[in-house]
Design a protein around this ligand. Structure first.
Ligand SMILES: C[S@@+](CC[C@H](N)C(=O)[O-])C[C@H]1O[C@@H](n2cnc3c(N)ncnc32)[C@H](O)[C@@H]1O
Length: 282
């Protein structure tokens, strides 16, 4: 059945908008109760990096220790919502340079393990974005040079067991499987203007994660949905998609992008149920 046909039973529940197999939750992921525990097959997400991005509803310039506490909390929530064979694909930077060097990847991996997640592998996303380069530290001098890797990573983890326990259908081609199981992925980033969001990832990122790590009709969650990219990939690939986004303006962007992709469907409008994220809302 085509995605267009499947996505026709739009209805609203509180802060939740549903279109067929796609669910958009306008809420704080740390507190939302709209997702049943142990119900998610795959999480694909890019959380806020705490690099002073001007998001609408949350601050992105909190102290590093506050950021790690926020990370610890959301990783714990994500773990509780995952099935035993549930997986996590986490797009994060290697390092943080703004406001002092921090080994973000290493710190988040440690917190994820503490939250119960088990390590599987790390994919290097070679974004090829050297324009982000703004500082040399000390030009051609050993006094204090900066080393910056123009890549991000996708940390791949699982809850209890890596081998999937339920039968299902995979939709990945031979060539994609060979190419994507090589853990260096090379494709460009997404344009902010196109998505009307300050930090989107390209649909190619959730598309690859979803096809490689989930079966058709599995449930995929993005707890930091932003402009809705992961739900777009779910719609394209026939997965049940759940997205959580705290900012009503980005929810509206996500709805619009999904509507554009699926056809002119009657998405229902409603007010957000919460605007504040404790401890980190503007
Ligand atoms: C890096 S962006 C995600 C961008 C997304 N991958 C896309 O392609 O548009 C992180 C998003 O998380 C949202 N966010 C921050 N804290 C949140 C929270 N506690 N609950 C839900 N969403 C949150 C921000 O508003 C922002 O849109």
């Amino acid at each position: 059945m085509s995605r267009k046909k499947r996505a026709t039973d739009g209805r609203s529940l509180g802060g939740v908008t549903r279109e067929g197999d796609l669910t958009l939750i306008r809420d704080d992921f740390l507190v939302t109760s709209a997702i049943p525990e142990r119900s998610v097959d795959l999480i694909v997400t890019s959380p806020p990096y705490n690099v002073s991005i001007e998001y609408g509803a949350v601050r992105d310039d909190i102290s590093y220790s506050e950021y790690l506490e926020f990370t610890r909390r959301w990783l714990g929530r994500a773990w509780a919502l995952s099935r035993d064979d549930g997986r996590l694909c986490l797009n994060i930077p290697l390092d943080k340079n703004l406001g002092g060097q921090q080994p973000v990847y290493a710190d988040i991996l440690g917190l994820a393990r503490e939250a119960g997640w088990r390590y599987h592998s790390t994919i290097i996303w070679n974004e090829q974005n050297i324009s982000r380069r703004t500082a040399w530290g000390s030009w051609r001098s050993a006094r204090a040079p900066y080393v910056i890797a123009p890549v991000e990573v996708i940390l791949v983890m699982f809850r209890e067991r890596w081998r999937k326990t339920h039968p299902g259908v995979s939709d990945i081609s031979r060539d994609e499987f060979i190419a994507w199981t090589n853990g260096v992925w090379t494709f460009g980033g997404e344009k902010r203007k196109k998505t009307r969001h300050p930090a989107p990832f390209p649909v190619e990122l959730p598309r690859r994660c979803i096809r490689l790590f989930s079966y058709v009709e599995d449930t995929v969650l993005d707890p930091f949905l932003g402009s809705g990219t992961t739900l777009l990939a779910c719609a394209e690939l026939g997965r049940k998609g759940i997205g959580v986004e705290i900012d009503p303006a980005y929810c509206a962007v996500a709805e619009e992008r999904i509507r554009e992709a699926l056809g002119d469907l009657p998405l229902q409008e409603e007010s957000p149920v919460r605007k504040k994220s404790p401890g980190r809302t503007r």
